[in-house]
Ligand binder design. Structure first.
Ligand code: SF4
Length: 187
C-alpha cells in the first residue's frame, strides 16, 4: 500500500519504517513538526531525519512551517479549556498528515508517534481516527511500542542525533525542572 508516514524524528522512524517495509508497504515520510522548540533543536532533528532518509533512500516530504507564538497561544487556550495540550499537538500533526495523504493520492497514513512509550498512545490513536474521518483516508494502526528500545539502540549505533525532550517549549521546561529537582542541572 502507498503509505504516508508522519515522522517526529529519525530515531523514532527507524523501526516503524523497517517493519512497514517488511510488510510490503511503499512508504513516504512526512516531516511536519511545527512546535519543536527552539528552532535550533528543530533543525537538529530535521537534519538527523534527512541523514537517515538519504542513507536508507526513503522519500520524504518536508513541510517546514514553524509558528511558535501561534502554537503556544493555541496550546494555552486548549489547556485553559481543561484539555491536554498533547491532544492539540497530535491533532495538529495528524490532521495535516491525513490532509497531505489525501491530496497527494496516498492510500493510508500513519505516524511514528505510535512507537514511543512516552507518548499517550490512546490519544494518538484517537487523534489519528479523527483525522482519518475528516479527510476520508484510512489510518494504518500499529503498536510499535515493543520496538522502541531496538530503535534507540540502532539510532545510537548510527550516531543519529537523539533529543532529550519531547519537543515543545513546555516539554523542554518540564525536563529542565525535573533535572533541577534531581539536582542534576548544570549551570
Ligand atoms: S510534550 Fe510533546 S506531545 Fe506533548 S504537546 Fe509538547 S511536543 Fe506535543
Amino acid at each position: 500500500m502507498r503509505l504516508l508516514l508522519h515522522a517526529c524524528c529519525a530515531p523514532c522512524l527507524i523501526m516503524p519504517h523497517r517493519l512497514l517495509r517488511d510488510e510490503g508497504h511503499e512508504v513516504t515520510v512526512l516531516w511536519y513538526n511545527p512546535n519543536i522548540h527552539p528552532f535550533d533543536e528543530y533543525m537538529k532533528r530535521r537534519r538527523a531525519l534527512e541523514v537517515y532518509a538519504e542513507r536508507e533512500r526513503i522519500p520524504v516530504i518536508y513541510i517546514d512551517e514553524y509558528w511558535m507564538e501561534d502554537w503556544i497561544r493555541k496550546a494555552v487556550a486548549y489547556m485553559e479549556r481543561g484539555l491536554p495540550r498533547r491532544r492539540f499537538c497530535y491533532l495538529q500533526r495528524l490532521t495535516r498528515t491525513a490532509r497531505e495523504a489525501r491530496e497527494r493520492g496516498f492510500e493510508a497514513f500513519s505516524t511514528t508517534l505510535l512507537l514511543s512509550k512516552h507518548q499517550d498512545h490512546e490519544l494518538v490513536v484517537e487523534a489519528a481516527e479523527i483525522a482519518s474521518k475528516m479527510f476520508e483516508i484510512p489510518f494504518l494502526y500499529r503498536d510499535w511500542r515493543p520496538y522502541e528500545e531496538e530503535g534507540l539502540r540502532e539510532a545510537k549505533r548510527l550516531s543519529l542525533y537523539r533529543q532529550k525532550y519531547c519537543g515543545c517549549v513546555f516539554s523542554m521546561d518540564e525536563r529542565g525542572m525535573a533535572l533541577y529537582h534531581k539536582r542534576l542541572y548544570s549551570f
